[in-house]
Write a protein that binds this ligand. Structure first.
Ligand code: F6P
Length: 418
């Protein structure tokens, strides 16, 4: 169970429908899960669909509809109870994702959590820009299971009516209701009230960088290095001939497919910098993007490690995620140092080409694809492959492109399969 300086916290979303509450909830959950907190979103809409069925006419949401009110209250309380049970059972962070659009409902939620010793932080999304709301309705709501088999225009019309029902009773969160973060017009303005504490400050910082503009993130390892050819890990070797050839091919693909606007990031190590130089666009070197530090094993082959330090080899086989090389790092450590890169990735609106290393890209990939962090050491990220990721409303779509020449990387490949 995680607590900040003033107690254990739970995030409670607030806002009209189509204000991006579920987007924000899932983003916070993905970020905190990636950092190692056991986090879960309790989405009242999903409870409603699974208990009452998907196809509810807008009149179901009309506050004058007593039967609708009672049914909605029941599913909201069921989700609330489950979030309490999740936290009591050892979960770290719950995100209660519902409209919570009246003071009365928020008081009920706050008091329920307070009885469990939990402090609520309201995260309210306010959007007064009709174009943004309309785009969100079309991108997510009209395609939601609520409107399966319904014509788009009809779905949009019904959903607008649903919003009006909520708007007729909507009350913004007030300072007397406790701690809050208000995100206005997708981050154009952010208002904080009593948002202190280490964890909350990080979440707020993360939220400040979010946007919904489509763009792509391309991940690739550097071209094959001389150490890859020898099966040696770490080090700071230059590219091999095949590695330089890959960088040439990559340069062509980047020119044709992303264009000159791409933002290129590398580590501070030669093999990524040389690759970027051949790509030929301006690049930014980042120390946090340096490969996992193999400590005393730096420059060795996996076979040498197994022979000279069998206990280290065995320990890594037993728990590759948590294993820390003597005087080096673990995957868990790598994730912690990549946090600023995630913030920048979220903030950046231009397409990003990130030329990195195997372990670091696995950690970033886990974030982009919402994988449990302990699975990241086993993600396949071969040399001479581009992973094209398109962040979507609730995750990323992936396309892998293998480019010539076929690299050797014998040991790296073998070990990454284990
Ligand atoms: O072999 C290339 C390499 O980037 C090494 O420098 C690094 O130690 C390794 O991959 C990380 O992969 P794994 O965690 O599977 O050993």
């Amino acid at each position: 169970m995680i607590s900040d300086e003033s107690g254990r916290i739970v995030f409670v979303m607030v806002g009209l429908p189509a204000r991006g509450k579920t987007f924000i909830s899932r983003k916070i959950a993905r970020y905190l899960s990636w950092l190692g907190y056991e986090t879960r979103v309790f989405n009242v809409g999903s409870y409603r669909r699974s208990r009452l069925g998907s196809h509810q006419h807008h009149s179901f949401f009309d506050p004058r509809n007593e039967a609708g009110n009672a049914a909605r209250r029941e599913v909201a309380l069921a989700a609330l109870d489950d979030s309490v049970a999740f936290l009591a059972g050892g979960g770290d962070i719950a995100i209660y994702d519902a409209t919570n659009h009246t003071r009365e409902r928020r008081r009920l939620v706050r008091e329920r959590y307070a009885r469990e010793g939990l402090q609520v932080v309201f995260v309210e999304s306010i959007c007064n820009d009709p174009a943004l709301v309309e785009a969100n309705i079309r991108a997510t709501k009209a395609r939601s299971p609520d409107y399966e088999g319904v014509l788009e225009e009809e779905a949009v019309r019904d959903f607008r009516m649903r919003i009006l029902h909520y708007a007729s009773r909507y009350e913004e969160v007030g300072e007397d209701e406790g701690r809050f973060v208000k995100i206005i017009d997708v981050g154009r303005k952010v208002v904080l009230h009593r948002a202190h504490g280490y964890l909350l400050a990080r979440v707020v910082h993360f939220l400040l960088n979010l946007h919904v503009q489509p763009r792509s993130v391309w991940l690739t390892r550097h071209g094959e290095s001389e150490f890859n050819v020898l099966g040696r890990i770490g080090g700071d070797a230059p590219l091999s001939d095949a590695g330089r050839a890959y960088a040439e091919v990559l340069a062509r693909v980047v020119r044709d497919r992303i264009g000159p606007d791409a933002v290129v990031w590398t580590s501070t190590l030669r093999r990524t910098v040389e690759t970027a130089q051949i790509v030929g666009l301006p690049y930014r070197m980042w120390r946090p993007l340096d490969e996992i530090d193999a400590g005393v094993c730096d420059g060795m082959t996996y076979a040498e490690i197994a022979q000279v330090m069998p206990e280290e080899h065995a320990a890594r086989q037993a728990d590759k995620f948590r294993y820390r090389y003597p005087r080096g790092e673990s995957y868990q450590d790598v994730i912690q140092r990549l946090e600023p890169v995630i913030f920048e990735l979220e903030r950046e609106r231009a397409p990003v080409l990130l030329i990195g290393h195997q372990a670091v890209l696995r950690a970033l990939y886990a974030y982009m694809m919402d994988l449990p962090p302990h699975e990241c050491p086993f993600v396949s990220i071969p040399l001479h492959t581009i992973l094209e990721l398109e962040p979507t409303a609730y995750g990323s779509e992936e396309r892998r492109v293998d480019l010539p020449p076929t690299p050797l990387d014998p040991e790296g490949f073998r070990e990454s399969q284990t």
